[in-house]
Design a protein around this ligand. Structure first.
Ligand code: KG4
Ligand code: ZN
Length: 342
């Protein structure tokens, strides 16, 4: 019998402020995973500056790809396809990755597979746990998205809940800025909260009427800003660690209760986390506790696979490739690309 050929995909991710490339084998095995982060640069401005992000991507992308090929000890000839994030994200940033992927696809005569960024975040779980298969419920919490998704199959999703205003990561970033912790806010709040009391201040846990899986984080964000202003006006000291811990607890409790409710309602006893906020230590701890209590199998990528990276794009590209997805050289960046729902 002829031995099945391994599928090696070179994946490229440039949707925001990380220039990343990876080589992934058969969707689950990471042969290399290179990330050039622009965080230090954007920290100067307190957030991502889109034009600077694009310029940095163009500077770094070739080096990052060469490194990914070298680390994996492969050449373009060994590859089966090129995978690339084509949305959602910052258009100028996405275009750099898409143009690069098209050039390599053309020059090396390799199929081009465009990938949805969120599909990539979800697929990070397939790398982390080789046994995980759909269907399962996935809580996607990143800087731009907060979605509760039923992953029906590798290429089939149903978004059952979403944020009505700020994304969870956005709330972390804005609150961190208000407390004076700087950018990027999520990891800074996570760290500061370790020294604080999560029950020191009660911040609201928002529910959206008639939409049990939807989220709203603008209320808790405003509550933190009001609290800080109140302290300043009364001349009371602000204990940053307590504010961080109390805010984090309020956000995480809502994320956990909604996700667990969805798992129960949909009778799918598997729950996965995805996206940058999924690396939050309190969220992982609370979700793990809840899952143990409820008899739910819990999956979460290691922190490096939660935040933006190209390995997750390689995993998602593999399942798209197997399905037959092929993009032409007219592939464009789609900044508001929707997740394929069926
Ligand atoms: O997934 P990601 O890297 O990029 C997007 O697709 O948006 O997510 C970035 C977001 C940022 O808002 C960042 O503050 C947040 O993830 N984040 C965290 C943590 N690490 C990153 N939020 C909370 N706790 C963390 N440890
Ligand atoms: Zn992301």
């Amino acid at each position: 019998m002829e031995e099945k050929k391994d599928i090696l995909i070179l994946a490229i991710e440039s949707s925001c402020d990380e220039t990343a490339a990876a080589v992934v084998k058969n969707g689950r095995e990471v042969l290399s995973n290179v990330i050039s982060s622009q965080i230090a640069l954007h920290t100067l401005y307190g957030g991502v500056v889109p034009e600077i992000a694009s310029r940095k991507h163009i500077e770094n992308i070739n080096g990052v790809i060469l490194q990914a090929l070298e680390d994996a000890n492969v050449t373009l000839k060994d590859l089966s396809a090129i995978g690339v994030t084509y949305g959602p994200g910052l258009v100028g940033a996405l275009l750099v990755g898409v143009a690069e992927a098209k050039a390599i696809s053309y020059a090396a005569k390799l199929p081009l597979v465009g990938v949805h960024h969120i599909e990539g975040h979800i697929a990070a779980n397939y790398i982390e746990d080789k046994e995980l298969t759909p269907p399962f419920v996935c809580l996607v919490v990143s800087g731009g998205h907060t979605h509760l998704v039923v992953v029906k199959d590798y290429d089939c999703y149903e978004i059952i809940g979403r944020t009505r205003d700020d994304a969870a990561g956005e709330a972390f970033d804005k609150v961190a800025r208000a407390i004076g912790l700087g950018y990027p806010g999520g990891p800074k709040i996570d760290k500061a909260a370790r020294e604080g009391n999560p029950e020191a201040i009660h911040f609201p846990r928002a529910k959206v009427a008639d939409a049990p899986y939807d989220f709203s984080f603008s209320g808790v964000k405003s509550a933190v800003l009001n609290y800080l202003n109140g302290c300043k006006m009364k001349g009371e000291p602000i204990i940053e660690a307590d504010v961080a811990a109390s805010f984090q607890r309020a956000v995480c409790e809502v994320l956990v209760s909604h996700a667990v409710q969805a798992v129960k309602d949909y009778h799918l006893p598997k729950l996965a986390l995805a996206g940058g906020v999924a690396s939050n230590s309190e969220l992982r701890r609370l979700m793990k506790e809840a899952c143990e209590r409820e008899g739910i199998a819990f999956y979460y990528p290691s922190p490096g696979l939660c935040t933006d990276n190209a390995a997750m794009i390689g995993a998602a590209a593999y399942y798209e490739y197997q399905k037959g997805t092929r993009h032409g050289l007219d592939l464009n960046a789609v900044p508001n690309l929707k997740l394929l729902e069926r």
